[in-house]
Design a protein around this ligand. Sequence first.
Ligand SMILES: [Zn+2]
Length: 299
Amino acid sequence: MSIRNAILALSGLLLAACAHVPPDMPPPAPGGAAHDWRETVAGIASADMGDGRRHAVEQGLSAIGLDWKAAPFVRDDDRGANLLAPVAGDADAPLLLLGAHFDRVDTGQGATDNASGTAVVLTLAERLRERPLAHHRVAVALWDLEERGLVGAHAYVEQGREQPALYVNFDVFGWGDTIWMMSPTPDAGIATATRASADAAGIGLSVGDQYPPTDHLAFLKAGWPAVSYSLVGAAEIDGILSMYAGKPPATAPRVMEVIHSEHDTVEKVDAESAVRAIDAIEDALRRWDAMGVEGVKDA
Ligand SMILES: [Zn+2]
């Protein structure tokens, strides 16, 4: 999450007095989707900042058989490289683009922000490659320099890349009982599909247009359809929004005590809850696709 430092500097100061170290989450049993997802997060989080992290993501893309390409960019004083890869589907089918930023801030390991979201994209890509969608082509984009102001995502849009039928972003997906969905229109096809999937999975869901700044904004700014997903505790959402509004709550929500701090390590992610949410979102993407190309025109 970006454009945060100034707001948090203020909030952080106010909350320093009552901050505490969030407890570690128990690692999942070996074998299974939760274990694999956590291993992917750990591989990215433990890599050196910059090239090390990008290389870890490249290895993740290769490991699921994707033909990825680095897409370098220069934007003002920033220089970086996004990672793009086709996943499955007919070349002339409309595009569903899944994305997440892989870069991190200097402090901590950027496990929850945002090795977690990157691992969600890799997990969904593997599943959608094994069982492609009926009406949409799928590709993935892993963004560089989000923490410097959504730079990689803006560069992608400005490079005249293909406009997707829908861009789906993932940022901060470390733990929680609730999928937090940013949807510009609450009754959009993908929002309706997500409600049905969350109900079926018995997982919490909060849909709205109030949401922290992250890479979906680069698409919305260009007038391209986009939504974003995070995973948090239901009780954290209001506190997070208050902090972004510069009105810190009495007790900081766990997310804000972890991201952009030395506590943002793989020990803080809860792989079981993350995979439960990934299953629900995979189901939502398939329900959305089943609406057909016409049915999803409202994003
Ligand atoms: Zn982030």
